[in-house]
Design a protein around this ligand. Structure first.
Ligand SMILES: [Fe+2]
Length: 220
């Protein structure tokens, strides 16, 4: 990848909230590519390249989506929504083609479809529903002059009416429209985790699905 191509991809990521591109060859190291975009941050288990396996309900780590929903569709979420400031970018790749796509929708788009999106987000209060980490929070991320959002339909329980209403309106919209990131085996997606909410389609037709994920902070 030359610097012009890299700048075009960064530009698309900034404008669109996500960018999808093909790997030049399957041997290309994901960490090398990720480091062109920013600072790599390890996942909760310490791995730089995290392996996400589709799993039967009740398997895997307690608290992971697979543990609760198995091969069914994952709830819409922000990755690391249980961190105070969630990771900024996710790089995702699948070595093999998969019929199980990643679904994505920008908060810009939700905000254009939901008249009171910002009003409700500013007033919504959720409880982080993880044993040992229970606390109340709001879904707005304010950092360096930008506004981002964090949501998780699995571990954020609405506390007030604004949060309940916002969840209702968002779910209605997310059912109507989202972008499918289709895994072709040679492509990579980088998603702005503060500007895009995402989910996994159900994996009943690809129970062997393995997605690789790299967390990235600020763009270099
Ligand atoms: Fe995710």
């Amino acid at each position: 990848m030359n610097s012009i191509e890299l700048n075009t991809l960064k530009d698309t990521l900034n404008k669109q909230g996500y960018v999808i591109f093909n790997l030049e060859n399957s041997e290309q190291n994901l960490l090398d590519i990720a480091s062109l975009f920013g600072k790599i941050v390890p996942g909760d288990n310490g791995a730089l390249v995290q392996q996400l396996l589709a799993q039967e309900k009740g398997n895997g780590s307690y608290g992971a989506f697979s543990y609760s929903v198995g091969f069914n569709q994952f709830p819409w979420h922000t990755d690391t929504a249980y961190w105070d400031i969630p990771i900024r970018y996710l790089m995702l790749a699948s070595e093999k083609p998969s019929p199980c796509a990643t679904l994505a929708r920008t908060f810009d788009s939700l905000s254009s479809s939901i008249e009171d999106f910002l009003y409700l987000s500013e007033r919504a209060v959720y409880q982080l529903d993880i044993p040992g980490k229970r606390r109340v929070l709001t879904p707005i991320i304010r950092q360096k002059g930008m506004i981002g959002f964090k949501f998780d339909f699995h571990i954020y329980k609405p506390v007030n009416n604004e949060a309940k209403k916002l969840n209702e309106l968002m779910l209605e919209q997310l059912k109507l429209d989202s972008h499918r990131i289709v895994w072709l085996g040679n492509n990579v997606a980088i998603i702005d985790n503060w500007r895009v909410i995402h989910a996994r389609e159900d994996a009943h037709n690809d129970k062997k699905r393995i997605l690789k994920r790299v967390y990235i902070n600020e763009l270099v």
